[in-house]
Design a protein around this ligand. Structure first.
Ligand code: ATP
Ligand code: MG
Length: 404
């Protein structure tokens, strides 16, 4: 069953039981833009308990918000009761909702292009907010009074930027002004939610545009990224971002954005954004290793192989290339690194060590600090190609141990 069929089946059953039911929000926007929607949300006047009664497989997710997941084939369709959000505390999530009509439901939604409904049975768009006109004119415009909407929920400021960049739209002047006035309040939003939004922006090819918008609207300085930069530095960061491969992820994009920031400071920012330890480690690895690639020609094989085996090595090449491109420098070192990588057979990049601690013990050594030093030196020699089989490796090992 396709996603559309699943979402259609949900609407049909609700209608058969006398309820109003429509597709709502982002999926309508995407369909009108000719983009395949990632999910289709249903909105209905049926209260959650009724939704649960009408379908065989349901999961209540946001019961206080009236949201139920309805299982259809392999899809779970988010089915939400029309609602008005009440009681925004401190610009975050609403504390309370009341169930209402479709028209009222649009008023709680953020932007006109996200406030559309679609009747999949009649194949008709239902537009209470002039969303279709804004879609045609490529405008992000807050529904209702922008000042109030951003005061209610500060995260919407980042959503505005995300939709503008992703769709290549502009932000309506009154909406943009309201964002500028509320920009400092983005600090009150939890780091996790900010990270999620930033990830969606920075993992998208329009990432440089996103950073420009964030700067222009005054949001960038309030994000936990330490980007209180003069214009020149911002422009350079955007040039590096522009030169990244399209499919760069959050960490590679952060590395590009923070290419001129010391790695320890960048790692602190990643932690402030609640990035995982793995992500934080990858970010500082990218930043500390980037300039080392300039010396790739002088690197001994072991050093190069240990670098190249890192799961982020292709990102390192991409970062190094983007920085070089932004600086207008020749990309010879980058090309040399790629050639060198291509010249190494896959099984020689990180082969299993030919000698181990057992061999050292067999030679009468006690485990201790020398142990790992000798093993590291042996592994480096192996990677350098000084020996290729175990008998030769053992001869080297005896020399190494004898030289102690
Ligand atoms: P995406 O393609 O990123 O999923 P989307 O528009 O579907 O975009 P969602 O976050 O999935 O965005 O939200 C679905 C709908 O819920 C939106 O289209 C919008 O109508 C409404 N919505 C989501 N978040 C907010 C918010 N913070 N304030 C107001 N309305 C919101
Ligand atoms: Mg969505």
């Amino acid at each position: 069953m396709s996603l559309e069929d699943a979402a259609l089946a949900v609407v049909r059953r609700l209608r058969e039981h006398g309820h109003e039911a429509l597709w709502a929000g982002g999926c309508v926007r995407d369909m009108l833009l000719g983009v395949e929607p990632a999910d289709i949300d249903v909105a209905t006047d049926a209260p959650p308990d009724t939704i649960v009664e009408l379908f065989r497989r349901t999961r209540k997710v946001g019961v206080q918000f009236g949201v139920v997941l309805v299982g259809q084939g392999r899809h779970w369709i988010e089915t939400a009761t029309f609602r008005t959000d009440l009681d925004y505390r401190d610009g975050r999530r609403p504390e309370q909702v009341v169930f209402t009509t479709a028209e009222e439901d649009t008023k709680r939604r953020d932007f006109t292009i996200n406030g559309l409904f679609y009747d999949p049975l009649e194949r008709k768009v239902i537009d209470y907010v002039n969303g279709q006109a804004d879609l045609d004119a490529k405008i992000i415009r807050a529904i209702g009074n922008p000042e109030e909407r951003f005061a209610e929920d500060h995260l919407r400021m980042l959503r505005a930027v995300r939709f503008a960049c992703r769709l290549g739209f502009t932000i309506d002047a009154a909406t943009a002004e309201a964002i500028t006035r509320h920009a400092d309040r983005i600090q009150r939003i939890s780091a996790e939610r900010v990270r999620e939004e930033l990830e969606k922006m920075l993992a998208h090819p329009s990432r440089a545009e996103a950073v420009n918008w964030l700067a222009r609207l005054g949001l960038l300085v309030y994000l936990p990224l330490g980007c209180t930069w003069p214009d020149g530095r911002l422009a350079r960061a955007c040039q590096i971002l522009t030169a990244l491969p399209k499919d760069a992820d959050l960490i590679l994009a952060l590395a590009a954005l923070l290419a001129d920031t010391p790695a320890t400071q960048a790692a602190r920012m990643a932690r402030n954004l609640r990035c995982s330890n793995q992500q934080t480690g990858d970010l500082s690895w990218l930043l500390t290793r980037c300039s080392q690639l300039d010396q790739v020609a002088d690197m001994r094989p072991a050093t190069f192989k240990k670098l190249a085996v890192h799961p982020r090595f292709s990102d390192l090449l991409a970062l190094h290339q983007a920085v070089g491109t932004a600086d207008g420098r020749p990309l010879e070192a980058n090309r040399a690194a790629r050639r060198r990588l291509a010249g190494i057979p896959q099984d020689q990049l990180a082969p299993p060590p030919l000698v181990t601690g057992e061999d050292l013990i067999a030679l009468g050594l006690q485990p201790g600090p020398d142990f790992s030093r000798i093993l590291d030196a042996m592994y480096d020699a192996q990677l350098d190609g000084e020996f290729a089989d175990r008998p030769t490796a053992l001869i080297h090992l005896r020399e190494e141990v004898g030289g102690q």
